[in-house]
Design a protein around this ligand. Sequence first.
Ligand code: NAD
Length: 484
Amino acid sequence: MKYPALRNHVGGSPVDGELPLLDVYDPSHGTVISRVPLSAAREVDAAVRSAQAAFPAWSALPIKERVQVFFRYKALLERHIDELAALVTEENGKIASEARAEILKAAELCEFACSLPQIATGELLEVSRGVECRVERFPLGVVASITPFNFPNMVPNWTIPNAIALGNCMILKPSELVPLSANRIAELLLEAGLPPGVLQVVHGGRDAVEAICDHPDISAVSFVGSTKVAKIVYRRATSQLKRCLALGGAKNHLIVMPDADREMAATNIVASMSGCAGQRCMAASVMVAVQQADPVIARMAEVARAMVPGRDVGPVISDAALERITRYIDEAEAAGAEVIVDGRGVKVPGKEGGYFIGPTIVDHVTPDMKIAQEEVFGPVLAIVRAKSLDEALAVENASPYGNAASVYTESGAVARRVMERANAGMVGVNVGVPVPREPFSFGGWNESRFGVGDITGKGSIEFWTQAKKLTTKWNREAGVNWMS
Ligand code: NAD
């Protein structure tokens, strides 16, 4: 095993414990590289107590002092980018350029946290003569962040910088499939000057998550993962009267109009469906081709066929994921769809044990097929044919998800119609992965997000703080009125 068994990180140091261990795999080779402890209520409670102890001093610091940690942490992310990206590649499988992009995005998230003193300034108004109302934002206390496997470094950094810069202490529960990056994040934050106890890493799976939802001293829970688990977490955390923001899965539709720029649409859409091996909640999943799209599809097939698994496309996370993805393609084919680019059954020389599947494009899919309805979470694009923009929008609107949607067109009027009518929280025009960059917030609609607000950017300030409304009067001569 390349790495020794991991430990939870509590109070600024790794802690020993007699916990059951789960194997951690390198998906490029199918080999075990480490083991992760499976924590439960006792470990969560120890982490909460450590966070509670750190909270008074941390929350008492002015925000301008707290963000100094994130200036230094951002510089450390950049300085250690090679090592951090290599770790992401090892535990998640992402190719090197994607892993580097993930770390750079984490640094951009820190950049936003560093701007919070200029953004989260509160409000002030003289509301009647001599009477001032002001709003100040206060941290919630101990909060938790539960993260998925697909971005081992970036998604923890969606929540850590903002929540902590705003004065909270945090329990991070990373995915048990990719636990290595989380410990490294905790180490770098300590090096950046984060006081021990402000961030704890508690490893594990379902038991740890349930203990987080149930713990009476955790005020807020953010969750990123599948819709199935997002619903469980949202219901359980809110039943304990916590605030909860639970981001779920996705089924993103890209509408391609007949006037779309052929090269831009083809290259963007293939990059969107195959990037990170399709394991992105923002990945293109269904292309709705309006009227004549054959030239775009032919070019997409060319681009996708030229991609080499192992070089241009990493593996998916596990054997089980590979089987699930293959089953969606097999079933669509059996139901009459046409697999025009087939990535099934690939073997990568030197990585024969890896969980690889090449980019796969399935044409003439009908909206009732599973491949058109469910989240596949692999490098697979289903193409549904539509006669009109309205028909294409109806296909998009019928999805229970609502993370992202996009349209490829040269017409401003068509673009505007899609922006208005798409039933999704993030909509792109001629953009395959319409991720809003900071200071804009990230978050979907419908079954892609439960709770109010967004997880990054300005939208996250509301989630990680509570507003205190202060009303003051110092001038006696202002007299008495009914609001005095
Ligand atoms: P997952 O739901 O299986 O796991 C997410 C987290 O929940 C992990 O930390 C895991 O340990 C925990 N968990 C798993 N099963 C649980 C259970 N039964 N009870 C309590 N906790 C449980 O998700 P994943 O497979 O790690 O990640 C992929 C999913 O995440 C995809 O659906 C993807 O679309 C979604 N995702 C969404 C966004 C977004 O912003 N909407 C971003 C990234 C990933």
